[in-house]
Design a protein around this ligand. Structure first.
Ligand code: G6P
Length: 609
């Protein structure tokens, strides 16, 4: 969500901070700001509404020299995008940036106003900076001022503060919002995501919940919530595995769509034998934990939730284990009974989504037997706080609309299905079939990507449309849901998805010659049922666009456009049929001229509720 970068160095830090903001910008932001200490008194700053580039241009004419600074990109929650609301926020000689939401900000504001503080923004963050200032007046020490202030906060925060009277020093704290220290040589940094600091270091220390840290030129010190001095592991990150440029592609999203065969191949490496999923696939602790699992609860948000919906068909249909799937924001506020021996599975690209993380923490208090996360970020909170994890190995995903993270999640979920099913309904022959299909997956994905030109041609029919309906049956219904989500996210066309059998119970009323209907039609046992549903659309003059198996027997005709996909095994069909839907929404977005990688109002990683 919002992005934080901070630096204490022996050189000017503005360029480092700006590069960090650029690297975080893919998450989707609406304003940015920077403050750098340059002598005593109020800290000089620059803020701009819009993209980081607007801040960069402003810094050309208003440079910020100095060796200790903080910067922020904001995604508006409290108060619209404006310079007043953009971070850093200030109180006297103190500057502060914050991610998260402070729930008791109204009470704090009243308390601070009574003490004489004047507020200039509509943000919850401004209460924190005045609160720290208040304690600083009493303590004259930034670290203890922050330590006192965070005790008064209810809600989530990742924050970093600097004070002009204590240069060469930065104090940061986290609770509910990620924060990492980047360890340099004679200089140190902080950020909400290590990607922001890749240009200056490859060594990182991830703060844990409740931690407060002091970062200076030569060292950093960390205290836990109880105020005890603690050490946290230093992680070295392999630079080669983390390239984040677009290469020859026009957008990150397109690059990430095309990376799927390679990333899936990578995610299968050392996990697949000839006919078996290797024991190492889910880590050494998986087998004993999975042996006693008798049901599964999946919790996730957005695209990751759709991966969970698909996995439900596999876990129940192939492994023979009851499975429920719920969006995290509902799960965490609902009352229900937890069955004995239920495994909680979270799915998340970022591993930091606030609702999913809260669901995991809640589940730990509710009697789930264990937790497993399917995640793309090894250092994330979900990975650190779950009993088991399966990394998706998709590499950094930059486009806000998730593509390669989704298909690698599906691969990980299939591996999980097999590992779990071994203790239930999966026999050797079924496992061998799944493994065979997985071995062939990268090649089939590449063949499917070869359909790009046809899909681009098809996309023209959508450019002027305002609505679209996506249909699928069985395991292809969540594939249709994901297709609809992709289209609405990046082209802003209203798109809905339905299990095709539900068509006649309502959505058929919407069908006319203006309503494109997209269907995913592999040659599976529901094909004939789907065909009847599609005839209902044709009979009402609807315009049909069908992605179908070569052998499915569809014939192009007026009002029926077909794109034929290679024949694939049912088990991997959801992964394959996702590809044309990703390409379709990409090309429609290009025709509509929208911001493909950073669609309006959306953020890549939603670390607030
Ligand atoms: C945001 C992103 C989506 C993503 C969802 C869940 O809404 O824009 O692409 O699917 O968060 O994120 P996660 O990181 O938990 O998968």
């Amino acid at each position: 969500m919002c992005g934080i970068v901070g630096a204490v160095a022996q050189r000017d830090v503005a360029a480092i901070l700006l590069e960090g903001l650029h690297r975080l910008e893919y998450r989707g932001y609406d304003s940015a700001g920077m403050a750098v200490i340059n002598g005593e008194g109020p800290i000089p700053f620059v803020k701009r509404v819009g993209k980081v580039e607007a801040l960069a241009q402003a810094l050309d004419t208003h440079p910020l020299p100095g060796k200790t600074g903080i910067a922020h990109t904001r995604w508006a929650t409290h108060g619209q995008p404006s310079e007043d609301n953009a971070h850093p926020h200030f109180s006297g000689s103190l500057a502060l940036v914050h991610n998260g939401i402070i729930e008791n900000h109204s009470e704090l504001k009243q308390r601070l106003e009574a003490l004489g503080y004047e507020f200039v923004s509509q943000t919850d963050t401004e209460t924190i900076v005045h609160l720290v200032h208040h304690y600083y007046q009493l303590q004259r020490d930034l670290l203890s001022a922050v330590r006192h202030a965070v005790k008064d906060l209810d809600g989530a925060y990742g924050l970093a503060a600097i004070h002009a009277d204590q240069p060469d020093r930065l104090v940061c704290a986290r609770k509910g919002s990620p924060l990492v220290i980047g360890v340099g040589i004679g200089e140190n940094f902080v950020a909400s995501d290590h990607l922001a600091l890749r240009q200056v270091t490859d060594r990182f220390v991830y703060l844990e919940e409740g931690d407060i840290a002091e970062v200076t030129l030569g060292h950093y010190r960390i205290w836990n919530e109880a105020g005890e001095s603690v050490t946290r592991d230093l992680t070295q990150i392999d630079a080669a595995a983390e390239s984040i440029d677009k290469g020859p592609y026009r957008h990150f999203m397109l690059k990430e769509i095309y990376e799927q065969p390679k990333m899936i191949e990578r995610s299968l490496l050392q996990r697949l034998g000839k006919t078996k999923v290797l024991a190492e696939a889910l880590g050494p602790h998986a087998a004993p934990l999975l042996a006693s699992v008798s049901s599964v609860q999946i919790v996730a948000c957005g695209t990751s939730y759709h991966a969970g919906m698909i996995a439900k068909y596999w876990i129940e249909g192939i492994a023979g284990v009851p499975c429920r799937v719920e969006v995290a924001s509902e799960f965490r506020y609902r009352k229900f009974k937890v069955q004995e021996n239920t495994l909680l599975v979270t799915i998340s690209q970022s591993g930091e989504t606030a609702d999913t993380l809260a669901a995991l923490r809640l589940a730990k208090t509710l009697g789930y037997s264990a937790s497993l996360t399917i995640c793309n970020v090894a250092q994330s909170s979900l990975v650190r706080e779950s009993d088991l994890f399966v990394m998706t190995e998709a590499g950094p995903e930059i486009g806000v609309a998730s593509t390669k993270a989704f298909t690698t999640q599906l691969v990980a979920l299939l591996l999980f299905t097999v590992a779990l099913g071994r203790h239930h309904d999966i026999d050797e022959a079924t496992e061998a079939n799944i493994v065979k299909a997985l071995h062939g997956l990268p090649r089939l994905l590449s063949e499917t990507l070869d359909l790009d030109a046809d899909i681009r041609a098809m996309s023209k029919a959508f450019a002027e449309k305002h609505h679209a309906l996506f249909l699928g049956r069985g395991v292809q219904w969540p594939v249709a849901m994901e297709g609809a989500l992709k289209l609405k996210e990046i082209s802003y066309i209203h798109a809905e998805s339905y299990p095709a059998g539900e068509l006649k119970h309502g959505p058929l009323a919407l069908v006319d010659s203006d309503m494109p209907v997209i269907a995913v039609a592999p040659n599976d046992e529901l094909l004939e049922k789907l065909k009847s549903n599609l005839q209902e659309v044709q009979a009402r003059g609807g315009q049909l666009f069908v992605f179908a198996d070569k052998a499915a027997g569809f014939k192009e005709s007026k009002g029926l456009d077909i794109i034929e996909l290679p024949h694939v095994d049912d088990i991997i069909a959801p992964i394959i049929y996702t590809i044309p839907l990703q390409l379709l929404s990409y090309h429609v977005a290009i025709l509509k001229g929208t911001d493909v990688d950073q669609p309006r109002n959306l953020a890549k990683s939603v670390t607030v509720e």
